[in-house]
Ligand binder design. Structure first.
Ligand SMILES: [Fe+2]
Length: 385
């Protein structure tokens, strides 16, 4: 027997057109001069997410400054560069516009603005002592869920290590998931971020910290992704598929924010740190291999996953049905065009040992349902190679 806590943003807008109320919400939060945290691509997009957000701010009479240096797998440097703009422009709050990289970069700026010392010294769980400035996260990809989570994932370029600052203080005040901001996401990024969301849902559903509240979210997320990711990748303008993927990624984010993740993320973080591999691609390649390894920890739940993903498990034994879940994950990744092996992504065998050791120390490793040793993780890297 044990109890659980459940954490998320206090206000969450979702659905087509919701971003129109961004400016009004800034007023309610008494934001005087938010720092917009985004990248140059989104900033330059005609009628894109940044333009729509700025329109809403202008209508509400909110002044702002912009930091547009967000990179994939955000680095510590991106946070300090953003902090400089935040200070020079006398900002009092933060609005992140983009996918997980923008949100994590923005959280990093908020931490750097309110905490002394280097950001790396705050790696770990509940290390933050001070309140961050108010953060609003406007999400533009159906993937990381960072707009509703307490995780801030950053990369230390010197050590090539990704580290996570996990704290309730990181949770944005408000999240926006407007699928109309996602219609122009390219197919490859849609596939990768969608597989990231699927990994969140599956890892949280089978996590040792899983609970009935998170399960409900994870189950619905798995169902939505299984039926909507292929159509969203095939035609990005499919509004229904985009809308359902936005809901799925929000649900999966809420689930893993509380039920935590597992070895897929623990290992994927090493691939992101070592090779700057896109997070969703790393997860998608590792997911079937790691979950096949995890099958025996909870065959019933894996059999359920097979069913949620549309597999016919009638008359199958529980274990046979569980194996169908792994097939379904592999088929979905293939259908949306994810590379099949780590080798194709430039991974080197000689790094397996180092990455396996670091993966077992990653904050996500402790909630994996099967307990492995370094040699097991090396073997998983080898199988996915
Ligand atoms: Fe993720």
């Amino acid at each position: 027997m044990r109890y659980y806590d459940f954490l998320m943003d206090s206000v969450n807008f979702f659905g087509p057109g919701c971003v129109d109320v961004l400016g009004e919400r800034c007023k309610i939060l008494k934001m005087k001069r938010p720092l917009i945290v985004t990248d140059t691509f989104l900033e330059g997009m005609k009628e894109g997410p940044v333009e729509k957000c700025l329109d809403s701010l202008k209508k509400a009479g909110i002044e702002y400054a912009i930091y547009n240096g967000v990179e994939p797998n955000p680095k510590i440097k991106n946070c300090y560069d953003g902090l400089e703009v935040y200070k020079n422009e006398k900002c009092d709050s933060i609005i992140t516009i983009g996918g997980g990289s923008a949100h994590d970069n923005g959280k990093g700026i908020g931490i750097a603005a309110t905490h002394k010392g280097d950001l790396t010294s705050y790696a770990g769980i509940e290390t933050l002592e001070n309140a961050l400035p108010p953060i609003i996260s406007v999400n533009t990809t159906a993937g990381t869920g960072s707009e509703v989570t307490r995780h801030c994932v950053l990369t230390n370029s010197e050590t090539k290590l990704k580290f996570v600052i996990v704290s309730w203080r990181n949770v944005p005040s408000v999240s926006f998931n407007d699928p109309l901001l996602m219609l122009n996401v390219p197919a490859g990024l849609t596939a990768a971020t969608g597989m990231d969301a699927l990994t969140h849902a599956i890892e949280s559903y089978v996590s040792v910290d899983a609970n009935p509240v998170c399960d409900a979210m994870a189950i619905q997320a798995i169902r939505l992704i299984a039926t909507n990711l292929r159509p969203a990748v095939a035609n990005g303008k499919n509004e229904k598929a985009r809308e359902n993927m936005a809901y799925a990624s929000l649900l999966a984010g809420m689930a893993f924010n509380n039920a935590n993740l597992g070895y897929v993320h623990a290992m994927a973080h090493q691939l992101g740190g070592q090779y700057d591999m896109p997070h969703g691609v790393a997860n998608a390649i590792l997911l079937p291999t790691v979950e096949e390894y995890n099958l025996g920890s909870n065959p019933e739940k894996f059999a359920n996953i097979a069913e949620f993903m549309g597999e016919n498990i009638k008359d199958l034994s529980v274990m046979d049905a569980a194996h169908k879940a792994v097939d379904a994950m592999r088929n979905l990744a293939t259908d949306v065009g994810i590379p099949k092996t780590l080798k194709e992504m430039g991974v080197k065998e000689e790094d397996f040992e180092l990455m396996a050791g670091n993966a077992l120390r990653d904050g996500n490793a402790f909630s994996n349902p099967r307990v492995g040793k370094e040699k097991d993780i090396i073997e998983l890297f080898r199988k996915a190679f």
